[in-house]
Design a protein around this ligand. Structure first.
Ligand code: PMP
Length: 368
């Protein structure tokens, strides 16, 4: 007899569900998970080896539980780029921003509590909510994928959620949210509950707009979530972080596992931060490639959602899954996020983007 997940005594709310799963297929051009396509520069690889060797000598000991040096450097990075001074006390780090979000939901969500996001948006917000026993509320978006402030305020007032997610730039649509909307939703969330507002800025370095970081000033229930997976080109490192009032940083320590950030992770992240300027140099190239893709996709005849991220949502397709497969038949992997009639492509190297454009040009010809 074969035993499957549902034969096990798992929690009822996990029964029949599937795990988060962007396909990891071995194809020549992978433009499906919003990674940075450039490998790390040799000087940085050498520096990581040096820092990790240093850390290795004392792996007999637990790492710095509070990641003090790393949080200090992350605070310096945010201060330099975010137009708002933050200190180590404002910053917390974990294994990817997914873990940051999980810790926030363990602290501010949980059984009997709810979280809201404005969908389509990053699917892990709903999945981590489920994993932490937090009820999920799907909030509205306009047809053009922007947030309708009044409709969102109404949804917050109606449901009085404990946690509000605002993703800017949004994944998978690329849509940025302006500060006025975020402030209006923060006010609505405070009036309704009060609740924690998480602004997920995983892609903000690619945006035409400034970070919303300054909004944390005087707003102790506002959290900015960031990651080194995208702009820093370090998805394999697993390092995410948040900026908020120091009380929020104290609060997440109630749920974090002791020594959650390994000494190897801390050493590697510190080495990467020493090379911030080189790494962010790629961001400018990727923004230029993103803009080129938008122009070319429109010239071919596709409908493109305005993007502030390192990826683009495009369509429309009668059947997005068939379109996804046809693009894959050309050796190019893009993402079907389940948004009807749309697909998402990550900006890659110029050669990868050319291969993608060739594939979607061929697809367009076929459709006519
Ligand atoms: N937030 C958003 C909006 C994302 O798209 C992603 C990654 N796809 C993450 C958070 C999580 O990234 P990580 O855990 O690698 O920091």
């Amino acid at each position: 007899m074969t035993i499957g997940i549902d034969d096990l005594p798992i929690r009822d709310e996990l029964r029949g569900k599937s795990p988060y799963g962007a396909p990891q297929l071995d194809v020549p051009v992978q433009l499906n998970t919003n990674e940075n396509p450039y490998e790390l520069p040799a000087e940085l690889v050498a520096r990581i080896a040096e820092r990790v060797a240093d850390a290795a000598r004392t792996l007999n000991r637990y790492p710095d539980r509070d990641a003090v040096e790393l949080r200090t450097e992350l605070a310096a990075y945010l201060t330099r780029t975010g137009k708002h001074p933050v200190a180590r006390e404002n910053v917390w780090a974990a294994n990817g921003s997914n873990e940051v979000i999980q810790q926030l939901l363990q602290t501010f969500g949980g059984p009997g509590r709810t979280a809201i996001g404005f969908e389509p948006s990053y699917s892990m917000h709903a999945l981590i909510s489920r994993g932490t026993g937090t009820g999920w509320i799907s909030g509205p978006r306009r047809e053009d994928f922007t947030i309708d402030t009044e409709a969102a305020e109404r949804a917050i007032a109606d449901h009085a959620p404990d946690v509000v997610f605002i993703t800017s730039p949004n994944n998978p649509t690329g849509t940025a949210v302006d500060a006025e909307t975020v402030l209006a939703l923060y006010e609505a969330a405070q009036a309704a509950k009060p609740s924690l507002v998480i602004v997920d800025e995983a892609y903000v370095e690619f945006s035409h707009r400034d970070s919303l970081l300054p909004l944390i000033e005087g707003r102790p229930h506002m959290v900015i979530s960031r990651t080194m997976s995208k702009a820093f080109g370090a998805a394999g490192l697993r390092l995410g972080y948040l900026a908020a009032h120091p009380a929020v940083v104290d609060a997440v320590q109630l749920v974090r596992l002791p020594y959650h950030l390994s000494a190897v992770t801390q050493a590697t992240a510190l080495a990467a931060l020493e090379h911030t300027d080189t790494l962010l140099g790629y961001v400018e190239q990727l923004k230029a490639e993103r803009d080129r893709l938008v122009t070319e996709l429109r010239a071919i005849g596709y409908e493109v959602t305005e993007s502030d991220a390192n990826f683009i949502q495009f369509g429309k397709f009668e059947d997005s899954h068939t379109a996804w497969q046809k693009i894959l038949d050309h050796g190019v992997l893009v993402r079907d996020n389940g948004v009807p009639g749309r697909l998402r492509v990550t900006a890659g190297t110029p050669a990868e983007n050319d291969a993608f454009l060739e594939a979607v040009r061929a697809l367009k010809k076929e459709q006519h």
